[in-house]
Design a protein around this ligand. Structure first.
Ligand code: SAH
Length: 228
């Protein structure tokens, strides 16, 4: 009895075979993402190929393709797959784009963007997460991603302007520096708000006029003021 219990406990944390993960990944895209209306073929393709289980803690790999966010340490989470798919589709990334991400976390969203964009710049506040995601992205060959440790409220002025900007932590209001660093014809997608959050899409047209619209309600970790 105890042996059996020990065995089933072991099975829960035992990693699956690579082919099992790819089956789980295909099912995730079909059932959680396509079925809920994400149709952009490039986004779906990226989500079918990026090995999400390598971006979650080892003991949670078997849950990597579940329909939920997962903890990645330091009180942070990797977003639910559907949210990654929906936000990436809203961002309308093209292969010419230079993209800024705020909140690298596990590096998973950056890896998805890496497949769609020319270059990805990603800022992470927590030094350990910045280091580990940079190393993982490099080891897995996502070579067009540059991660730096820093405060996302400031953006990355040396690399601006950006064609696309995505925030994966929620500020009370979209930081003005980020709107400034958005290029003309650019687009920013972010969760915004404190107790109630919703996804915001900001567009800057060819003459620099900024327009804002909102989409559905979400729950993200807060974007922490970095320069305290
Ligand atoms: N995109 C990530 C999601 C990470 S959760 C992924 O795919 O895994 C949000 C991340 O934003 C956390 O890692 C958190 O540390 C980071 N964060 C919070 N406030 C920040 C700030 N001011 N600047 C940069 N990163 C921040």
């Amino acid at each position: 009895m105890t042996a059996l219990r020990a065995l089933s406990a072991a099975a829960a944390v035992w990693p699956l075979l690579a082919q099992d993960y790819s089956t789980l990944r295909r099912n995730m895209v079909r059932d959680q993402i396509e079925r809920r209306g994400v149709r952009n073929p490039a986004v779906l393709d990226a989500m079918r190929t990026v090995p999400r289980h390598l971006f979650v803690p080892k003991g949670l790999q078997n849950a990597a393709y579940d329909d939920s966010p997962l903890p990645i340490g330091f009180d942070q989470t990797i977003s639910q797959p559907y949210i990654v798919g929906a936000m990436t589709q809203m961002l309308e990334v093209t292969p010419r784009d230079r993209v800024l991400e705020i909140g690298t976390g596990s590096g998973y969203q950056a890896a998805i963007l890496s497949r769609l964009a020319k270059e990805v710049y990603s800022i992470e506040l927590v030094p350990q997460l910045a280091r580990s995601s940079a190393a993982l992205l490099r080891d897995l060959g996502f070579l067009n991603v540059t991660v730096k440790q820093g405060d996302g409220y400031l953006g990355w002025p040396e690399k601006a302007p950006f064609d696309r900007i995505i925030l994966t932590a929620a500020p009370p209001e979209i930081p003005p520096a980020l709107i400034e660093q958005l290029g003309r014809g650019g687009r920013l997608v972010a969760p915004e708000g404190v107790s109630y959050q919703e996804l915001v899409i900001i567009r800057k047209d060819a003459s620099g006029v900024v327009r804002r619209e909102t989409s559905f309600a979400v729950r993200f970790v807060p974007m922490v003021p970095g320069s305290k």
